[in-house]
Each structure stands twice: as structure tokens, then as C-alpha cells.
Design a protein around this ligand. Structure first.
Ligand code: FAD
Length: 554
């Protein structure tokens, strides 16, 4: 059997290695247009910032090492130009020699990835304007920074790569501004969770300009003028990072079915519409694991798994890909941002009967040094409590909780299941009730009617005529440092003795810092005949979101 693979990085290299492990006799050829195979795309931003210091650390394999280990014929600087599906041939160009030749295949795997979207802006061809996809792109940016010592950078697009680059350009000593057209950075987050990240990015010296698009780049001798829909910026370096699109011109030319955004359509075995042609990675449309709708989620984990599945299927193993849930994680200075499953906006757009809860939990037992809190927003099915998605923002231990929740989503678990998870605990690592257990408890309390909850955005909608009560049960010191406007203050430990101060005919909206003490307050109030509701995420979340909105207005 002769298998040809187009693209030798995440999906392609993974497919090739798996094929060899399954079939010692197959002839395997990788055609890779670039100079490198199996390189660390995800590590590229860290080379620009000097965190990864050796260029050699970016390239995991060479054609030689791949041949020695797997006996795979890797042809770099070699581009597949055209696929002739009828007679199972590919026209190939060897860019080293300029030679064009034909290569036959029994099976073909397409893993050509995605290319950065380059908006057709005037001035974007200036040599101080960069995009980041490949090792050469990274080397170019780093060389430019080292040789020209730019003082300022504008990053266009506040997605994962944009924010990673913002941090790394900051590390490299530049003043960094991120311009984002949407109302918040990091699209997989809802805007309330994104506001925590925005606040932190600003604290770390990243200037954010939201809800504003770049209209043109005007190169001048000493700088580039970045013209926005509202205003102008000057920069010595511009990075365009507004997303990627599947690089599928070759597939489209071969009349392989693609969707309207150019992503190749595949079945659960990664087979395209043409016989014996498979496709994987950033080039394909996937099924959203939670909503079961067609979507596009370009990530390294799914690309690698799909490569493995294509290889398995070619070798006669009956395996299938069940969809992508978008589990992803970002380091921003010391902060960790992680998401899995769907966010609230997606739940709304998919007409799901969902609800959300915000929990604020320490990374580990607070009596052990250096515990850090994490904010977690969980989206769950209203009736069953099934977990649909989670967004986590914090510091230590965020990645681990995201992975537990990702596993729970994969397994179709409910909040009730989360209450039962037995997770590793010792004080330096967690609490006896892990943040994931806490999510389960909090949702279970709502589903079983022990407590009602309201959200930060409900507060502004409450009547201001005295017909409801806002009650803050934090300590005096906490309350004096800042409180929800119009709230009255009774510290939790005094509540039982001061119930007579509250009007039993009015609904009481209770808050503490995180939602835990106010939950206890709600249980006391409920059992004394008061109608009450607990503020999800507490004052900490309310304050973070509302003050970020205020910052944006200023
Ligand atoms: P790629 O890995 O992009 O490989 C495609 C290869 O195909 C390319 O080398 C290209 O040269 C080659 N090719 C294309 N057309 C042809 C042709 N006609 N002939 C021959 N060769 C061709 N994902 C994460 O999950 N986590 C991260 O932290 C993360 N960070 C990232 C950071 C950066 C800067 C970038 C650019 C991406 C990051 N990603 C991350 C995304 C991840 O790298 C991709 O999802 C993954 O690499 C996709 O694998 P792929 O095989 O589909 O495509």
C-alpha cells in the first residue's frame, strides 16, 4: 500500500507515524511545502519573547530523524500542486530544483492546515507587518525585533495567538496595543469572563482597544500609522492575528466537497467525498461534540487525533472521530485561561435549555501557602444538570480543573456526577472538596431547589423603589472596601440575631464575596420564611465585570 500525506506537521506527521506503527510494509510519503516537518507551532510565540531560546527546540523532527525512526520518505520544500482523483495521482513541485513530477497514491491524506486570514488592508504588505504560522515567520519577527529594536507593537486581533504574542512582545520590551473588533478578547469566553482577562492584561501593561477595527496601515519612514474605525495608532511593528482559514485550494480544485468557508467535509472516519482521500486537522469542518452542529475548531489536539484515526481506518481499524469540544488553554503572564465545551452565547444560539453558574474557588487549601482563586463559569442543561461547557480564569490549577471538566463533558456527566468525583487531594494541590466538586454542589443545590440564584446582570434590573432588599453578608472590612450600590450590610455571623431588621414581605438578593457565605445566608433566610436569591460568583465577579464595563466607557 502506498500512502501519500500532504502536510507534515500536526495531523500529517501524526498520521504518518501511526501508519508505520500499524503497517511495517506500507510505502509512506510526506509532501511538505515548508522547510520543516513536525514543528512546534504552538511554541512559536515563546521564541519571539525569548522564553524558548533555541531555534532547534521548535523543530521536533527532521526528515532524517523521521526516516531513521519510521522509514518514512519526507520531502520538504515540496508542494502538492494538483490532485487528479480519477487516476489517483498528484502533481508535485520540488521547490529545491523547480522540478514538477507526478506521484501516485493508493490512499491520500490531506493535512494542509490553515493560513492566517490577511485582511486586504492598504499597507499590509509593508515589511514591518507580520503574521505568524510557521517557523520562518517566527524567525522573521524575532530577527526584526533584535535588529531594529522596535519600541511599539500593534497586535490586530485578541484571540489566543494574538494574546500570546502580546505577552511575548511585551517580554521583548515593546509597548503593546491589542486592537479587537469584537466587544471582548478571546472568543471562546463569554464577555463577562473575558472581562477578568482584560482587566489583568491591562494591569500587565497591555493596552486593549475593543470594538474597533483596523481600516488601513499607512507605512511611514519611522513607523506605521494604524488607522482604526475610531482613531489612529502609531507602531513600529504590526502583527495581524485575526484568525485562520482552511488552506484548501488544492482540495477545492479537485472537487473534494468543502463547506462555504472552504473547510473540507469528512465523515467520522475522516474520509472526504472522493474515494481513498482522507482529510484531517485545521483544513476540515468538524462536528461540535456538544451541539452536534457543524463547526470549525482549529486546534492541535484534534488534528493529531484525526491523523491517528485516518491512519487507523486506512489500516482497516474501525475507529471514528466523535467531534471536537474546543478544549483550549492560554497562558497570559501568570494567568491561565481555559475553556471546554460551549459558552453561553453558543448555548443561546443553539436554543438549548441551559443555565449557568459562577463559582469562585481556591486552587488548594487556603491554609497552605500561595493558594490562588479561580473563577469558573459552568454551562449546564437546566433539567438534567448535564455539563455543556466551562470557562476558567485563574492562576494555579486551572488547567487541571478544565481537563476534569472536559472529561466530564466527553463522558456526558451531570452536576450530580461532579459531586461524586473523587479527585486527588492534599493541601498543596486541592481542597477536600475540589473546585470541580464545588461546581457540582452549587448546581445540585439549585436543581434540587435548596437555593435560587441571580446573576451580576440581574442587579441593574432590580426595582430601586425599596420593594426588594440587597443584602451583603461579608465582614465590615470587606463591605467598607466596596459594595453593591443600595445594599444593606449584615455580616453572616450576625444574621440569625438580626433577622427582625429584614422585611419578610420583600425578596432578598444576597451577596458575599464568592457566593459561599451568601449561600449559607440564603439557607438561614429560607428556613425563616424569607424569599431570597444568591448572587452567582459573588461581589468578586460582580465588581470585576461591572468595573471593566466602566473602564471601557472611560
Ligand atoms: P499544520 O500543523 O498547520 O500543518 C500543515 C502543513 O501543511 C504546513 O506545514 C504547510 O506548509 C503544509 N502544506 C499546506 N499545503 C501544502 C501543499 N499543497 N503541499 C505540501 N504541503 C502543504 N493549537 C493548540 O491546540 N494549542 C496551542 O497552544 C496552539 N498554539 C498555536 C500557536 C500558533 C502560533 C499557531 C500558528 C497555531 C497554534 N495552534 C495551537 C494551532 C495548531 O498549531 C493547529 O491546530 C495544528 O497545527 C493543525 O495541524 P494541521 O496538521 O492541520 O496543520
Amino acid at each position: 500500500m502506498k500512502v501519500v500525506i500532504i502536510g507534515g506537521v500536526a495531523g500529517g506527521a501524526s498520521a504518518a507515524a501511526r501508519l508505520r506503527r500499524l503497517d511495517e510494509d506500507a510505502q509512506i510519503i510526506i509532501l511538505e511545502r515548508g522547510q520543516y516537518i513536525s514543528y512546534a507551532n504552538c511554541g512559536l510565540p515563546y521564541y519571539v519573547g525569548g522564553v524558548i531560546t533555541e531555534e532547534s527546540n521548535l523543530t521536533l523532527q527532521t526528515p532524517q530523524s523521521f526516516y531513521e525512526r519510521f522509514r518514512i520518505d519526507v520531502r520538504t520544500n515540496t508542494e502538492a500542486i494538483e490532485i487528479h482523483t480519477g487516476d489517483k495521482k498528484i502533481t508535485v513541485c520540488n521547490h529545491n530544483t523547480g522540478e514538477l513530477y507526478q506521484e501516485t497514491y493508493d490512499k491520500l491524506i490531506l493535512s494542509p492546515g490553515a493560513e492566517p486570514i490577511k485582511p486586504n488592508l492598504p499597507g499590509s504588505d509593508d515589511n514591518r507587518v507580520f503574521t505568524l504560522r510557521t517557523v520562518p515567520d517566527t524567525l522573521k519577527i524575532r530577527a526584526y525585533v533584535e535588529q531594529n529594536k522596535p519600541k511599539s507593537a500593534v497586535v490586530i486581533g485578541g484571540g489566543y495567538i494574538g494574546m500570546e504574542m502580546a505577552e511575548n512582545l511585551k517580554h521583548a520590551g515593546l509597548d503593546v496595543t491589542v486592537v479587537e473588533m469584537a466587544e471582548h478578547i478571546i472568543a471562546p469566553l463569554d464577555s463577562d469572563m473575558a472581562s477578568l482577562v482584560q482587566h489583568y492584561a491591562r494591569e500587565n501593561g497591555i493596552r486593549l482597544i475593543l470594538k474597533n477595527g483596523v481600516q488601513a496601515l499607512i507605512p511611514a519612514k519611522s513607523h506605521i500609522e494604524v488607522q482604526l474605525s475610531h482613531g489612529t495608532l502609531n507602531a513600529d511593528l504590526v502583527l495581524m492575528s485575526v484568525g485562520v482559514k482552511p488552506e484548501t485550494a488544492i482540495a477545492q480544485k479537485a472537487e473534494i466537497s468543502c463547506n462555504s468557508r472552504g473547510a473540507i467535509l469528512v465523515d467520522e472516519h475522516m474520509r472526504t467525498s472522493k474515494p481513498d482521500i482522507y482529510a484531517v486537522g485545521d483544513a476540515i469542518a468538524v462536528t461540535n461534540f456538544v451541539t452536534k452542529q457543524e463547526t470549525y475548531i482549529p486546534l492541535a489536539g484534534p488534528a493529531n487525533k484525526q491523523g491517528r484515526i485516518a491512519a487507523d481506518h486506512i489500516c482497516g481499524r474501525n475507529v471514528s472521530f466523535k467531534g471536537t469540544q474546543g478544549t483550549s488553554v492560554l497562558k497570559l503572564f501568570d494567568m491561565t485561561v481555559a475553556t471546554t465545551g460551549i459558552h453561553e452565547l453558543q448555548a443561546k444560539q443553539s436554543n438549548l435549555d441551559y443555565d449557568t453558574i459562577i463559582t469562585y474557588s481556591p486552587s488548594h487549601a487556603t491554609y497552605y501557602p500561595n493558594a490562588k482563586n479561580m473563577m469558573i463559569k459552568t454551562i449546564f442543561e437546566k433539567q438534567s444538570g448535564k455539563i455543556l461547557g466551562a470557562q476558567l480564569v485563574g492562576y494555579k490549577g486551572v488547567d487541571k480543573r478544565c481537563d476534569v471538566l472536559a472529561t466530564a463533558i466527553r463522558a456526558g456527566m451531570t452536576a450530580y456526577d461532579l459531586t461524586e468525583l473523587e479527585l486527588a487531594y492534599a493541601p498543596p494541590f486541592s481542597s477536600a472538596k475540589d473546585p470541580v466538586n464545588m461546581i457540582g454542589f452549587a448546581i445540585e443545590n439549585i436543581l434540587t431547589g435548596l437555593v435560587k440564584k441571580h446573576h451580576w446582570y440581574d442587579i441593574a434590573k432590580l426595582p430601586k423603589d425599596g420593594s426588594v432588599i440587597l443584602l451583603d453578608v461579608r465582614t465590615d472590612k470587606e463591605y467598607e472596601a466596596g459594595a453593591i450600590e443600595g445594599s444593606i450590610h449584615i455580616p453572616l455571623n450576625q444574621l440569625r440575631d438580626r433577622l427582625h431588621e429584614l422585611d419578610v414581605s420583600k425578596t432578598i438578593y444576597v451577596n458575599c464575596r464568592s457566593g459561599q457565605r451568601s449561600y449559607i445566608a440564603c439557607r438561614i433566610l429560607t428556613q425563616h420564611g424569607f424569599a431570597c436569591s444568591n448572587l452567582s460568583g459573588g461581589y468578586e465577579f460582580y465588581h470585576a465585570v461591572t468595573s471593566e464595563q466602566q473602564d471601557e466607557r472611560n
